[in-house]
Design a protein around this ligand. Structure first.
Ligand code: ADP
Ligand code: ZN
Ligand code: ZN
Length: 822
């Protein structure tokens, strides 16, 4: 430490900057601001600072004159002309940093788009040696040195690839100070490309000749069918499920024949091609108007207030949102609308676009870095002032925010589990609304119990829309006991559901069939010893995939061929158990060979826009039946759907968690809301093994309030959320003994940390081993309304104490903290 330091806390003229770096550390770092940067440095700007012998990008979170007790390094330069994070956003990210015990830099990194965050590139170059230098080099070192010197500046990543066999030589050159490594901020962004098909040669004469000389193969038919198209449809989507001719085989074959070729093109987001007719806004009914007036009061008075808008599907919540947004705009304010990622479809966006048109910026996960950056800039400049987006849009830079809306507020996609920071967008939105004096409206037909209980604690206000605007009835729900219909099944469908499907399609109406993927894993079991084939890296059984004919681990991706003998006892009696999703689909296909069936699940929707395309095709009536996983349950509105069938309504219950009943009830209610939305009355069939389960009984009656009452009465005595907030400490590492010892010591520290909060654990996690890592957890139940400062103090205390008492080898165990999703 240098002599001339003034004692800690004494004001001097030296300016210091507290800087958040993109790392999982709890502290910020203090740097000295050089004299020439004093006038321009501001909190919210990025700076270029030395860190552990390298250079790094950091965010200035605070400027001050408090002399630190340690020697500080100098900041090198500023990377922004004006702050990229406003004072409000600095406060918000600081709150997340404290409340979720995440690195402030980590939080900022997830809040900012690439190009404005901490992306940096590492470069390498050779340091020229003065002629009198006397560093002695081996022959190989000299060779590599000369090569690097000649090439000039190189990206470190490329250098590592290029000289991959000479890593050791490189390291020793670095040690001798002859290679220099440094980082540069990366201020340009990647664009997104997609691969599309183009004509190489139509070979018109050839195909016509083939056609005249006999029957065409499938791929030849595809060729014929395409001839009239100048521009090929981008065949990266689910064309094959809409038009039989476009099988991957056909396309590959045409490529081989030199007819089609593949090329890459940049994906750009043009303004959406939707109608913009602000005058077409609906007149509200009396009930809706009253709610809009209530919310509008908070907006015009710049007052924070939190509302829970509870209204059944089709009651007009979206109309209320639209009118509320209009009020905000008229008061000169900006707005933020959060929807679940999966609901961010053209169907949703179109309705907002109709009224607000080009004022809207849409943020979703399929945007390229460039598009996201452009949307941010347009918002910062005030060219746009409404954001519609998924979870991370909660950080969008809206000017003069007046209202935040969270649609389907109970949806689990608002929780970010991975990567850090782990946060709940609903909670972040509430803090943002509070800090900006905005209204927060959370809407749902099945509000989360946490949000519901807040209305009784008076931290939010309950607004109700009790009936459908159209007056349409909610559909009849029929519960089919799989036990009772055991001998009356057609494939996976009980006879009444099967008949319902046939009758609906015969009337020209449409059907949605839903299954929960999690309930349909099939696995291999040995008949002789009973062993199930497990993943060698995880404590789970491998799932059988019929099409690929292999077994796969859904946690680590490991896959292997189907074994013919038992790995434990060598017996040949291996047997498939459980009916997999593919089998269910195959069986449904066989049941209805003459119907047009569309399929939607993770496999068919992994491609860009596939989700939208399948839904639009179904909406246009291009299929009779839509089969899918939970994906089909959310946010869809098809007037012609009159029958909805849930093939396995109770699989959620197989996963032991206090939340499983709530999850199941929400899912079933969502699905039920999909049927009979327009004039035609709908029917919903729920197939279940537990027809008497209370979540099924209340779902049948569309009785959310009844369900909530009963579920809350179960949770209250057990102190489950919403009667507590659960902190989960996770311990992960390769050495099972070490993980257990660390978990035990950490838990002892928590128990002795001087609180009387209940602690559960340590116990092995539900899946004890994933990817060769052992996992233990400990839970702590805190009061639901614990204050940020208290929570932060508690965690600091625990970590500090643990650091002093940790067992040897604890450093090989990663300890993370998360708030249980609520
Ligand atoms: P929710 O968002 O609660 O599911 P929506 O806002 O989608 O409900 O309303 C359901 C249907 O009723 C939509 O087709 C909507 O256009 C219509 N609707 C709701 N309120 C009105 C209104 N005041 N005037 C005209 N149509 C309305
Ligand atoms: Zn066996
Ligand atoms: Zn695995």
């Amino acid at each position: 430490m240098s002599e001339d330091l003034t004692p800690y806390g004494t004001a001097t003229n030296t300016l210091y900057a507290d800087i958040a770096l993109p790392m999982a550390v709890r502290e910020v770092f203090t740097y000295e601001v050089p004299q020439e940067l004093h006038p321009s440095a501001k909190a919210g700007m990025r700076a270029w600072v030395p860190l552990r012998g390298r250079m790094s990008i950091g965010m200035i979170v605070r400027l001050h004159h408090n002399v630190p007790s340690f020697k500080t390094k100098q900041m090198r330069r500023l990377l922004d002309d004006s702050p990229v994070l406003s004072a409000q956003m600095l406060e918000l990210t600081e709150w997340m940093h404290r409340f979720y015990v995440a690195g402030w830099g980590e939080v900022i990194q997830s809040a900012l788009p690439a190009g404005l965050n901490f992306s940096a590139v590492t470069y390498i170059k050779a340091v020229p040696q003065p002629p009198e230098a006397v560093v002695s080099l081996t022959k190989t070192e000299q060779q590599l040195y000369d090569e690097v010197l000649e090439l000039g500046t190189y990206s470190f990543k490329e250098a590592q690839q290029r000289w991959s066999s000479s890593q050791r030589v490189m390291a020793s050159l670095r040690k001798k100070g002859l290679l220099e490594l440094w980082d540069e901020p990366q201020l340009d962004m990647s664009t997104k490309v997609e691969s599309v098909w183009i004509w190489k040669d139509k070979k018109q004469a050839e195909i016509q000749q083939r056609a005249s000389s006999g029957k065409l193969n499938k791929w030849e038919k595809a060729w014929m069918g395409l001839l009239n198209e100048d521009v090929l449809p981008a065949a990266t989507g689910p064309l094959n499920s809409i038009n039989d001719a476009f099988t991957p085989y056909s396309l590959k074959r045409l490529q081989k024949e030199g007819v089609l070729g593949k090329t890459e093109r940049e994906v750009t987001a043009s303004e959406p091609n939707f109608a913009y007719k602000p005058e077409s806004i609906s007149e509200l009914n009396e009930n809706q108007q009253q709610l809009v007036d209530t919310i509008g009061e908070a907006i015009t008075q710049n007052r924070y207030e939190k509302f829970l808008l509870y209204g059944i599907t089709g009651s007009g919540k979206t109309e209320v949102y639209i009118h509320t947004l209009k009020q905000a705009l008229e008061a000169g304010k900006g707005a933020l609308v959060l929807v679940p990622e999966i609901a961010l479809t053209p169907q949703t966006v179109r309705r907002f676009y109709l009224i607000f048109g080009p004022k809207i910026a849409i943020l979703h996960s399929r945007l390229s870095e460039r598009e996201r950056f452009d949307a941010w800039q347009a918002l910062r400049k005030g060219e746009k002032n409404i954001v519609i987006g998924a979870r991370s849009a909660v950080f969008a830079p809206i000017r003069n925010l007046g209202i935040i809306i969270i649609d389907e507020e109970h949806d689990t996609s608002y929780y970010q589990a991975d990567p850090a920071p782990r946060y709940h967008a609903r909670e972040v939105a509430a803090v943002r609304a509070f800090k900006t004096g905005s209204a927060l409206v959370m809407g749902s037909a099945t509000p989360s119990l946490v949000s519901l209980v807040e209305t009784t604690r008076k931290t939010s206000r309950l607004l109700k829309l009790p009936s459908r605007h159209s007056g349409a009835m909610l559909p009849d729900v029929k519960v089919l006991s799989l036990v009772e219909y055991k001998s009356a099944m057609r494939g996976p469908l009980a006879v009444p559901l099967y008949n319902g499907v046939v009758e609906a399609v015969d009337r020209g109406e449409q059907v949605i069939l839903l299954y929960n993927r999690r309930g349909f894993a099939s696995f291999m079991q040995c008949e002789a010893c009973g062993d199930v084939v497990e993943c060698p890296h995880c404590s789970v059984s491998l799932t059988y995939h019929k099409r690929q004919q292999h077994l796969r681990c859904h946690y680590c991706g490991y896959s292997t061929g189907v074994p013919y003998t038992c790995p434990s006892c060598d017996s040949h009696e291996m047997k498939m158990q459980g009916s997999g999703t593919q089998q269910v689909e195959d069986e449904l296909g066989q049941l209805f060979p003459e119907y047009r069936v569309l399929r939607m699940d993770q496999d068919t929707t992994s491609r860009k826009n596939a989700h939208d395309r399948i839904l639009s095709a179904f909406g246009r009536g291009e299929a009779d039946i839509l089969i899918g996983t939970q994906l089909v349950a959310k946010g869809l509105d098809f007037p012609n759907v009159t029958v909805v069938g849930v093939i396995n309504a109770d699989t959620e219950l197989a996963f032991p968690s206090y939340r499983s009943s709530e999850r199941m009830f929400q899912l079933l209610s969502q699905v039920a809301g999909r049927s009979g939305r327009a004039a035609k009355k709908g029917v919903v069939y729920l197939q279940t093994k537990q027809p008497e389960h209370f979540a099924i009984r209340f779902a049948k009656e569309h009785d959310y309030e009844g369900f909530a009452r009963q579920e809350l009465s179960v949770r209250k005595p057990l102190l489950y959320p919403p009667y507590s907030r659960i902190l989960q400490f996770s311990f992960k590492g390769k050495d099972s003994n070490q993980v257990r010892l660390t978990a035990e010591q950490f838990t002892r520290v928590i128990e002795q940390a001087g609180t009387s909060y209940p602690v559960l654990g340590p116990t092995p996690d539900v899946i004890e081993r994933i990817n060769d890592e052992f996992r233990w957890i400990t839970l702590m139940k805190l009061p639901p309304d614990i204050k940020t400062a208290k929570l932060q103090r508690l965690c600091e205390h625990i970590y500090t104490w643990f650091d002093k008492t940790k067992p040897d080898g604890a450093s090989t165990v990663r300890i993370t903290l998360s708030h249980e999703m609520i």
